[in-house]
Design a protein around this ligand. Structure first.
Ligand SMILES: C[S@@+](CC[C@H](N)C(=O)[O-])C[C@H]1O[C@@H](n2cnc3c(N)ncnc32)[C@H](O)[C@@H]1O
Length: 187
């Protein structure tokens, strides 16, 4: 992430957004007890999610962010792994739910995003759910991502891409600046 983006992801304003966005995304899904978060960054989403599951694993590709979040949450119900969500070091069918907040557009190509979707399907138990959200394309997004990765995911086509990875798509919904999705690995 660039400096502006890094600052935004730590900000009080983003924390407020997260307090509304996490419930919007997870409200229709039963996450179960073994939840995996993709791309926690500094962990504002993790702080909300960890109250919703018995055990939360978070995988973060930036080693510095992974180390500082792991240190901050040591002794809690969260385990932070430094790693890439497009090539996850987890066993098949290990999680009851996978969640992702505002991270898919950081995965640098549609091919890698599709690989990530297949990895999520692999690590979910049958019947497990994949829920998340991402920002819609806008001029503000472009400014926030100067010299940073920005490969927006189109909510109009994401359902077809999930189906190609093996998911059943239950919901894709958008508001003025973001979309949420709810997909399931068939039981
Ligand atoms: C914009 S931040 C969002 C952080 C947090 N989810 C939130 O909503 O506040 C995106 C995060 O995803 C991480 N990320 C990007 N690609 C990743 C990948 N392939 N695997 C794991 N994490 C990734 C980035 O390093 C960054 O910390």
């Amino acid at each position: 992430m660039n400096c502006l983006h890094h600052w935004l992801c730590h900000s009080a304003r983003w924390r407020k957004t997260i307090q509304q966005r996490v419930p919007w995304v997870v409200s229709s899904a039963d996450l179960g007890q073994t939840v995996l978060e993709l791309g926690p960054g500094p962990g504002l989403t993790t702080d909300v999610l960890r109250r919703m599951a018995e055990h939360l694993t978070a995988i973060e590709v930036d080693p510095k962010l992974a180390t500082s979040l792991g240190a901050r949450l040591r002794g809690s119900n969260v385990q932070v792994i430094a790693g890439d969500a497009t090539a996850m070091p987890f066993a098949d069918s290990q999680f009851s739910a996978v969640v992702s907040f505002t991270m898919l557009h950081h995965v640098p190509s549609p091919e890698l995003q599709d690989r990530l979707f297949r990895q999520v399907w692999r690590v979910l138990e049958p019947g497990g759910v994949f829920v998340g959200s991402d920002s819609l394309q806008s001029w503000l997004m472009k400014i926030n991502h100067i010299r940073d990765t920005l490969v927006p995911v189109d909510p109009d086509t994401v359902g077809t891409r999930f189906e190609a990875a093996g998911f059943e798509v239950l919901e894709v919904e958008r508001n003025s600046n973001a979309f949420r999705f709810y997909a399931r690995r068939p039981a």
